[in-house]
Design a protein around this ligand. Sequence first.
Ligand SMILES: Nc1nc2c(ncn2[C@@H]2O[C@H](COP(=O)(O)OP(=O)(O)OP(=O)(O)O)[C@@H](O)[C@H]2O)c(=O)[nH]1
Ligand SMILES: [Mg+2]
Length: 204
Amino acid sequence: MNNARVVESKFIKSAQSINDSLPEDMSEVVFLGRSNVGKSSTLNGLTQRKNLAKSSSTPGKTQLINFFETRYIYNEKDYPVRFVDLPGFGYARVSKTLKEVWQKNLVEFIEKRVSIRVFIHLRDARHPKAKIDEDVENYISEFIRADQLYITVFTKYDKLNQKERAKLKKDFPKSIKISNLKKDGYERVHNQILKAIFGLEELS
Ligand SMILES: Nc1nc2c(ncn2[C@@H]2O[C@H](COP(=O)(O)OP(=O)(O)OP(=O)(O)O)[C@@H](O)[C@H]2O)c(=O)[nH]1
Ligand SMILES: [Mg+2]
């Protein structure tokens, strides 16, 4: 059987809030997590595009809600979805007012956007128990709908040694581990996305 793969992904627009976002006419996969965790890099890795979403070693690179129309092919059929790259949580180096506006806009988007079908919560494999991530997980669990999937994806897995890898697997057995440096671990992410949105149950 063929693997699912992304054959096309293109930037459509940036929005500041839910109010100036695209119409809710397509299933969406949102990438959320702390600043610098690798949201934009993961989106680039999944779509096999080097600089589709702007990534940077300076935290706070992504400041708007960015929409990317993406097309999968699986068993010769097309599966369109929209990837949404979000600004990071907890970026401190902007003015307080701006931070509050961002957070408010983000919170509203995450809670109210009907077209969101998958939340991909990216967490840094080196800090698996960060309080802010536990807070985000609990927060999403409060309003997540039956037609939405939440998955935990650990980035920067390449930075762990064998012992740390074993511990992470043991502590978070259901999580997915990826490396955007090595371009590794994406298959399970693709499968979960397609399974959740299109009900392709044969994907694991
Ligand atoms: N070693 C390693 N570095 C990574 C990985 N993923 C991302 N990075 C690096 O981490 C830095 C931040 O990546 P981004 O993708 O810009 O992170 P982001 O979450 O989009 O950041 P903001 O937009 O600022 O919130 C960049 O220098 C990336 O090259 C990974 O899996 N392994
Ligand atoms: Mg980013």
